[in-house]
Every structure is written in C-alpha cells, then in structure tokens.
Design a protein around this ligand. Structure first.
Ligand code: FAD
Length: 148
C-alpha cells in the first residue's frame, strides 16, 4: 500500500470491576479492545444478555435487587470480558510480528523461517478456539442459579 489510511486503535485499560454503586458498564465502556479477534461487539451483546437476564430473573423472583443484579453481572462478565480483551491484544501482537511475539529485531525485508511461520499459524488458530468452545448460554445458567 502506498498511501494507507491510519487511525488510532483505542483500548480500555483493564478494569477490576464493571459495576459500582448503581452503575453498570457494558460493551466498549467496560472492555474496549483492539479489533484483532473481531469480538468487541460480540462481547457487548453478551454483556447485555447477562445483565438483561439478571434483571429479569430478579424481577421474576419478586424484587428488583439492584446490588445483587450488578454483582451477578460483574462476577460473570468482568473476568470473561477482560480475558477476551487480553487475548485480542495478544493476537494483534502476533499478527504484527512484534517483539512481544518473539520477533525481536525483525525488520522489513528480513526472512522468517517457514517453521516459525507454521508455529505462529498454530498459535493464532488456538487464539480463536474459545470462540467456538465457550458459550454465553453456560453463563445464562449461572444467572439462573444466582436467582433461584
Ligand atoms: C473498524 C472496526 C471494526 C470492528 N469489527 C468488529 C467485528 O468484526 N466484530 C465485533 O464483534 N466487533 C467489531 N468491532 C468492535 C465493535 O464495533 C464495538 O466493540 C462495539 O460497537 C461496541 O459497542 P458499544 O455499544 O459498547 O459502543 P458503541 O458502538 O461505541 O456505542 C456507543 C454509542 O454511544 C453514543 N454516545 C457516546 N457518548 C454519548 C453521549 N454523551 N450521549 C449519548 N450518546 C452517546 C455513541 O455515539 C455511540 O452510538 C469493530 C470496531 C471497529 C472500530
């Protein structure tokens, strides 16, 4: 590319909690992440699924218990949202042949062995594995259990 366009990739510094008092953060506000695993919007939708169901289950049980709703949402979504953000950052470092991915000192025009590229391919493939092994439906069961 002779004249590539450029823009900043902004990310949220990992948060210890997605809730406080009567406030809940969802989506990019909670875990804005680089685009390298194509998961920001997916995670935002999963946040909404879990928080929405926590509200519904609480109301169905007779009361809108806001502190419990928020704690349930936080306990389920904060670890996973931060995990996805961390994995996404790592994937970007791999895609870009950075020092952190073991390519110290690599410069444009340098040769990388086919074996190393094959290893990199395997590692990148593995980075995606959770997207088809993990399911938000399992997290929904945790919401149900919390309000039984
Ligand atoms: C180039 C690119 C490619 C991407 N590709 C993918 C992908 O393939 N798959 C994927 O899952 N994700 C992808 N994402 C990430 C995804 O777009 C975001 O994670 C997702 O949009 C976050 O949703 P959100 O609702 O949290 O935030 P946003 O979509 O940013 O929504 C926030 C909204 O709040 C509004 N707003 C802000 N301030 C105020 C205010 N004071 N008052 C009222 N409204 C306000 C904004 O205008 C905006 O409409 C990509 C992102 C980019 C930039």
């Amino acid at each position: 590319m002779n004249k590539p366009t450029k823009w900043l990739i902004q990310a949220v510094t990992p948060l210890d909690r997605y809730v406080g008092d009567r406030v809940a953060l969802l989506g990019d506000a909670a875990h804005g992440m680089p685009p390298h695993l194509g998961n920001g919007a997916g995670q935002a939708i999963e946040d909404a699924l879990i928080l929405g169901n926590a509200i519904a289950k609480s109301v169905q049980s007779g009361t809108a218990d806001i502190p419990k709703i928020l704690e349930t949402y936080n306990a389920i979504r904060q670890p996973f949202g931060n995990f996805v953000a961390r994995e996404t950052k790592r994937a970007g470092l791999l895609y870009d042949f950075t020092d952190e991915a073991g390519f110290e000192g690599l410069r444009e025009g340098d040769k990388v062995s086919l074996e190393r590229l094959a290893e990199l391919g395997t590692e990148i493939n593995e980075k995606w594995a959770w997207t088809w092994t993990a399911s938000a439906l399992d997290d929904l069961k945790k919401v149900e259990a919390a309000f039984q």
